[in-house]
Design a protein around this ligand. Structure first.
Ligand code: UDP
Length: 412
């Protein structure tokens, strides 16, 4: 198994953002686990939220004194095709899971379980990909505690995929979900909730220098970031659940009140995602000749950072949402967010205090809140400041470190 490099950032790098007391408390909690050896296992060293999270989180565990490794499975394309389908099945897709697919999953996970080395007190398996390793691992390491960390919204999971999970979950000592309702669907005990978090020190979230800002402004010169016109942005994959067409509809209403308003839709599109391309084409057609609608695709993290930071209002008009990290990302940059009351979004937005919540199909309400924010700079500023503090309190990476330390302390 691969042992990928991690970020070179100690816990002290977060001191200015969080305050020394909080870091001291994390160190204390770490000390009480100083004889605990932990290994996190996932399926990719880069790309995707889990790898991003582990790259930042693993060195923080080490820094508070918990010996921590990160191991990545060796797997090939057929395995990833199967696990992509498992992922989709857990999100509600009902494509059949064939015996061949099951066999590919079993063969790869068992091979990895036999290749796994090291003596650990706790092994955390992230998402369904490495979960199949657990039976063989348990036999090889009977004294190790096994935690399954599920990062997926599985409330609409279909039966064959739930069955696949259940056959492995019997070996799990503790499961961790991002929201209580996901754990209820899977029905495993004991379980804990660990909310996702953003890393304030990555390219996507760190403060930008003046020259970086200037470079971004020049590169994105079609969007008047320094002009008088207020800018509304949604950062999301081009995905029907993120409702980009609904965003344009709301924006049309805003334009009637604020004629100079601009809309930015920033979204990634993977080459192997035909559905994303189709949604993008529809959005492009809907934007038509309107020069105030700007579509930005496959932008680097620094650009995502700049756009979230320099927009007047960020919108997240999702119809369904797991957690919605983009909401915390924007709030952290003091940009007020108008977002649907779905999934993990209400955890992040206190309606009227850190942003506004709207019903997912209420385009008029979105337009109303955005128009109000556009016309009241003092309101934007107040909400933006509250938002920053809310994220500082609850959704920054070191909080997640603390949640895991507490959890490891509870495992007997
Ligand atoms: N993102 C990005 N570029 C894009 C679109 C999204 O970097 O073009 C990032 C975004 O900043 C966030 C993540 O992808 O960090 C999306 O996470 P979220 O939880 O909001 O939604 P998901 O895509 O997981 O449903």
């Amino acid at each position: 198994m691969e042992r990928p490099p991690t970020a070179d950032r100690p816990l002290s790098a977060y001191a200015d953002l969080l305050g020394g007391d909080r870091l001291d408390s994390l160190r204390e909690r770490g000390e009480s686990l100083s004889d605990t050896r932990v290994c996190h296992v996932n399926s990719t060293a880069s790309g995707g939220g889990v790898a991003e999270l582990l790259r930042s989180l693993v060195p923080l565990f080490e820094d508070v004194g918990v010996e921590t490794d990160w191991a990545v499975m060796e797997a090939d394309e057929p395995f990833f095709d199967v696990t992509k389908q498992i992922h989709n099945g857990l999100q509600g897709d009902d494509e059949p899971l064939t015996p061949e697919m099951y066999e590919t999953y079993r063969e790869t996970t068992e091979r990895n379980a036999h290749a796994f080395s090291g003596e650990y007190d706790v092994v955390v398996l992230h998402d369904p990909q490495p979960l199949g390793m657990i039976g063989a691992l348990r036999e090889r390491f009977p004294d190790t505690r096994f935690v399954w960390r599920c990062h997926i919204d599985c409330t609409a999971a279909t039966e064959p995929y739930l069955d696949l999970l259940s056959s492995h979950l019997e070996h799990v000592d503790h499961a961790v979900f991002s929201r209580e309702v996901y754990g209820e669907t899977i029905g495993i005990e004991p379980r804990s909730i660990v909310y996702p978090a953003i890393d304030p020190l990555t390219e996507k979230n760190r403060p930008l220098t003046e020259s970086e800002e200037r470079a971004e402004r020049e590169r994105l010169s079609a969007v008047p970031f320094e002009g008088e016109e207020p800018i509304l942005t949604q950062v999301s994959r081009f995905d029907p659940w993120k409702d980009p067409l609904g965003v344009i509809e709301a924006f049309r209403e805003v334009q009637r009140e604020v004629p100079g308003a601009q809309l930015v839709l920033l979204g990634g599109m993977a080459d192997d995602d035909p559905e994303g391309r189709e949604v993008y084409e529809r959005v492009l057609a809907e934007a038509g000749e309107d020069a105030s609608v700007h579509l930005l695709t496959n932008e680097p993290d620094l650009t995502v950072n700049y756009v979230q930071r320099r927009s007047d209002v960020v919108v997240q008009k999702s119809i369904r949402e797991g957690f919605g990290l983009v909401v915390s990302e924007a709030l952290w940059k003091r940009t007020p967010v108008v977002a649907s009351r779905v999934g993990g979004i209400p955890l992040q937005i206190d309606d009227g205090e850190t942003g506004y919540l709207t019903d997912p199909d209420d385009t008029g309400a979105v337009a109303d809140r955005v128009t109000r924010l556009f016309s009241e700079p003092a309101l934007r500023e107040r909400l933006g400041e509250n938002a920053r503090e809310h994220v500082r309190d609850r959704f920054l990476l070191p909080r997640q470190l603390g949640d895991y330390l507490d959890l490891f302390g509870r495992l007997d």
